[in-house]
Design a protein around this ligand. Sequence first.
Ligand code: ZN
Length: 267
Amino acid sequence: MEALGQAQELRVRFETCPLCEGRAFVPLGETGCRQHAAWSPVLPEKLAWVGCQTCGHVFTDGFWSDAALARIFATEHAQQTPGQDVEAARRVSAKVVTRVSELRGEFSGRWLDVGFGDGSLLTTAEEFGYEVVGLDLRESCVRRMREFGYTVERRTLVEYQDARGFDVISLCDVLEHIALPKQALVKVKNLLAPHGLLMVSCPNLDSFAWKWLDQRGQNPYWSELEHHHNFGRARLCALLVECGLEPIHYAISERYKAGMEVVARRR
Ligand SMILES: [Zn+2]
């Protein structure tokens, strides 16, 4: 195994809050991440979480360097691999596509799914009548969806270029992985057509379901190696507004525990 340097060099410290640029953080504790599927012995064994004293955002004290991400993305998550539980995932995705389409009043247009993972939302949106494009950082996911003829790229949202505009952009359990979510959401706004919709899902740390997991010591998100942020509904919605996106709908997510789904419209 090639050396990646000392564990601390794999993390880039947040000097300021990634949402509000505040400089005062309070430590919220450390959790072990050795049990995570993407963990390897070159990575640190613990993640430290902090809270911003200015805006209340909860995030890790640093994010992965490119070298660390290359190692993490070389692993496969069974749950995020195309072809896993196709029918069950299709049923969950169909509810998302239906809800977003009903809010739009249309079941067609261009849909960009960022971090398509198992491909379920991407392929279900296509099934409903959308022209779909997918982005993912795992080479194995991109390769498998290409084999089925889908337009997919291994590229970050911020790197991605498109001149036509999307009617829908989905970030399903993706925003909490992105070191600088505000930059990503501004990019979403710029990629959306006028009045286009963003569907963002992530765990909701304001929910009773989250507090219940915490109280029982069973909250998986504090040891989620690939997450840099834990959002609550209020902080997420405020961030969307700051980025020119108006929250118009809230629902719970069936994808993961304590999950929320917020739909926002480009203003
Ligand atoms: Zn802040």
